[in-house]
Design a protein around this ligand. Sequence first.
Ligand SMILES: *Cc1c(COP(=O)(O)O)cnc(C)c1O
Length: 399
Amino acid sequence: MATQPLMNVFNRLSVAFEHGEGAWLYDTDGNKYLDALCGIAVTGLGHAHPAVTRAISEQAAKLVHCSNIYTIKQQEALAAALTRISGMENAFFANSGAEANEAAIKLARRYGHNRNIDTPTIIVMQQSFHGRTMATLSATGNRATQQGFEPLVSGFIQVPYNDVDAVRQVARDNSNVVAILVEPVQGEGGIHIPAPDYLNHLRQICDEQEWLLMLDEVQTGNGRTGRYFAYQHNDILPDVVTTAKGLGNGFPIGACLARGIAAETFTPGSHGTTYGGNPLACATALAVVNTIEQDNLCQRAAALGERIAHGFREQFGDAPYVQEVRNKGLMIGIELTEAGSELVVLAKIKGILLNVTGGGRVVRLLPPLIMTDHDADLMVNTVAQLIRVYAGEERDSAN
Ligand SMILES: *Cc1c(COP(=O)(O)O)cnc(C)c1O
């Protein structure tokens, strides 16, 4: 018999949080922690943001759920805001990033069948992450996510990330391709930032081949990289964009946005959801979107990201144990020369919440867009010292 009542799928740290405020979390023993992870790029507005709290409580007191068989004004208002911001034309709302990507994958397959392609195939990238449902884990470029869940969903071809020629090669070899699904910056894979014109090249290939360019902005969206969506750094428009994480600031919601022919591919009955886009989720997300715009938090994320990356580069100089400091706005990765997964626990002891990804070698920081300069500097100093001590360069001043 199982010894505890939760399924054993997470390696959890032994800390339970009781409340949060802004960039800070407080545990049940009264200790405080600087949240440099945001529940993995979710709470971009920090914890207990008054506009979000107000939207949740006011809407919860009126109407939580009805059904997508009725008109939902909050959903229409959120779709109007997101399409205006993104340059897309319409939206489907789901409850998570994986579900938003499921919608995109189904949309691409349907688009293929409409063009008489019977085995529509989607190009995906090595080291990518698209979710944990069967189709999205099949699209994910990480064997560890897939292992033990075969047979995988077919219809994906994997190529190296940031390799335009590899995509052109598939275009020559395979006439069943209908779309490319790609993250503008790979988050789970280890904060990999492609060449500045990578997305422009992919856009051009998709135009030539009549493929859909589908961007997974589940992690990069909602201001995190310094623009509302990361592709807005490139002056292109994708055909499909998915987002989730930062959209609800912790309230579960995902969105699949589309434009042009992709916006006309689904018809009534093609796809659906019971909870997706309910009044409470949409009222909450609308408050998040409005706050990001009104408080200029995209610009803030860009400036803060520069400050933090500069700070780390100054702190490390050409230290032999740091391979590279990378950032796009507030997606920040410190690639170490050796694995450093223990840093998660060591940082927690020092009162900082962070994460290590990319095969255990990339310290990942996803701090909130509302972080103060003071807290950002505190984060840089504490994390840099921690890495120096860990690398054996410095003794821990507390010991
Ligand atoms: C987190 C993530 C997902 C999955 O989102 P869930 O809400 O956990 O289903 C998909 N794509 C990317 C790029 C992500 O970072």
